[in-house]
Write a protein that binds this ligand. Structure first.
Ligand SMILES: C[S@@+](CC[C@H](N)C(=O)[O-])C[C@H]1O[C@@H](n2cnc3c(N)ncnc32)[C@H](O)[C@@H]1O
Length: 469
């Protein structure tokens, strides 16, 4: 087990409850450490005092006793124990705004009255799942690439990502162009004893051209593309990207999508996935300009944003390989037939090969390659402690992502059935029929009625309609 869970977590200071495991035993501790824990010559000194309630102990070993001593305020040895995180505070209004806690860190954020409700400025609670998954991804990535130590929270706002990464042992730089955000991030880092982190008040494009980081996290308002070139110029290992401009990405705001992504997005029944593939295509083309190849290792479209984690390889051949993953999607608006066509040169279909209709759309260049690495996602899932507020949803999301077939588009069972004038049946039965007919089929994370298969739209109907009643 990594010692960093303990030694690098100043959030231990505010520990109220924690589950722990050691030597095959587990238990629960409750209480509050009054002062931060620190490492001295490899020994953790937790400066008093966490009254501990240890449950579930059949017998106690010497190691467990040592651990209990550690969290009770005495000593501990790195590597023997792990505290699986903890739940601490609920958002509390304060004189200056609001105090919020997330993943074991505590933040103070200015509040603002919106429609009579106090809302935190610079802090969006709806992105907590995104941030919980980011922390889990950083933990899993550190196991995959041990040279990765530095993390740039490129648009830091309240500093929440930077604080959480610093509390997890990353060498953190936070940046924001807004002076108020920079002050806030500094205060929040200090509040969590993360003074070693650096805060830059700068346009992050200048910072990224100037300095190298192992991991860069782009989390802007709207499209990330104005920051992509600078990120590829100097990011060594992992680029984490959020895009919140889903309407342009999926083709609903067509001109804006074309402008931002230098591609043609089309509004289809798989609109969130259109967004995923337009975004990664644009990022792959940006990376290629710097001879950097991208490999998406985790990607999700959740509520109103797309998030992707790209592992980078700095080689012209890797950039070529990424460009080879681009292509076009031909889509029939009548029967929902779709076809992927690799390559940068489109050869659009004028009529639908399935229904003969002429309402065909062409989207591209889109990323046709894999957007997940199932093994990595399983590792990420294991790094989501139950005490993260979004743990159940985040773990379920990881399970679905890991099992999702590597196909460039998904279907929506209800839309297909509506199109066929047939009632939908239970999703599990529907997928079982596809598998029985010899096709691969999986659920997709885009919604409860979405799925992926290697069957064409005609083959799907033939395989399933017997049981649609
Ligand atoms: C969506 S917020 C970031 C939210 C934050 N990462 C989180 O997880 O809560 C976007 C931030 O980007 C900052 N920003 C916008 N343009 C920037 C630029 N060119 N350089 C640095 N920061 C920028 C804004 O001031 C704002 O604080």
């Amino acid at each position: 087990m990594r010692e960093s869970r303990l030694d690098r977590s100043p959030a231990l200071r505010s520990l109220e409850t924690a589950t722990w495991q050691s030597g095959g035993l587990s238990g629960e501790l409750s209480g509050r450490i009054q002062k931060p824990a620190r490492w001295e010559m490899g020994i953790l000194v937790a400066q008093r005092r966490i009254p501990s309630r240890v449950s579930g102990l059949g017998s106690i070993t010497a190691l467990d006793a040592l651990y209990v001593a550690l969290v009770s305020g005495f000593i501990g040895v790195p590597g023997l124990v792990s505290v699986r995180d903890h739940t601490v505070f609920r958002p509390v209004p304060t004189r200056r705004g609001m105090r919020v806690t997330e993943g074991g860190v505590e933040l103070e954020v200015p509040g603002e009255q919106t429609e009579g409700i106090e809302e935190a400025v610079f802090y969006n609670p709806r992105q907590e799942l995104n941030r919980d998954l980011t922390i889990a991804t950083l933990r899993a990535y550190r196991e995959r690439e041990d040279r990765a130590t530095s993390y740039l929270d490129a648009m830091t706002a309240s500093g929440v990502r930077g604080v959480r990464a610093a509390a997890d042992g990353w060498d953190v730089t936070c940046c924001d162009v807004d002076e108020e955000a920079v002050d806030l991030a500094r205060e929040n880092l200090e509040r969590n004893d993360c003074e070693a982190a650096t805060v830059e008040h700068w346009n992050v494009n200048a910072l990224m051209h100037d300095s190298t980081f192992d991991v860069i996290d782009l989390d802007p308002f709207g499209t990330p593309m104005p920051f992509a070139d600078a990120a590829f110029a100097n990011c060594r290992d992992l680029l984490c990207v959020t895009a919140t401009d889903t309407a342009p990405l999926c083709g609903a705001h067509f001109n804006s999508g074309v402008r931002s992504y230098s591609a043609v997005p089309r509004n289809t029944d798989y609109h969130a996935e259109m967004g995923v593939r337009i975004l990664i295509s644009a990022l792959a083309r940006s990376g290629a300009r710097f001879d950097v190849g991208v490999e998406p290792i985790l990607t999700h479209a959740t509520s109103h944003y797309v998030r992707t984690y790209l592992e980078l390889t700095h080689k012209p051949t890797a950039a070529d390989a990424a460009i080879d993953e681009l292509g076009q999607l031909y889509h029939c608006e009548d029967c929902l037939y779709r076809e992927a066509d690799p390559g940068l040169i489109a050869d659009p279909l004028e009529t639908c090969p399935h229904c003969g209709g002429n309402r065909m759309l062409t989207a591209g260049p889109v990323w046709l390659g894999a957007v997940q690495d199932s093994e990595f996602i399983a590792a990420v899932r294991d790094e989501i402690p139950y005490t993260f507020d979004t743990a159940p949803a985040a773990r379920e999301l990881c399970d679905t992502l890991a099992a999702e077939l590597d196909e460039p588009t998904h279907y929506d069972q209800h839309k297909l059935c509506r199109n066929w004038g047939l009632p939908a049946n239970a999703m599990d039965d529907f997928l079982a029929d596809l598998r029985e007919a010899g096709y691969a089929a999986s659920r997709a994370h885009y919604g409860g009625t979405t799925f992926k298969t290697d069957a064409s739209v005609g083959e799907i109907r033939a395989a399933t309609e017997g049981n649609l009643d």
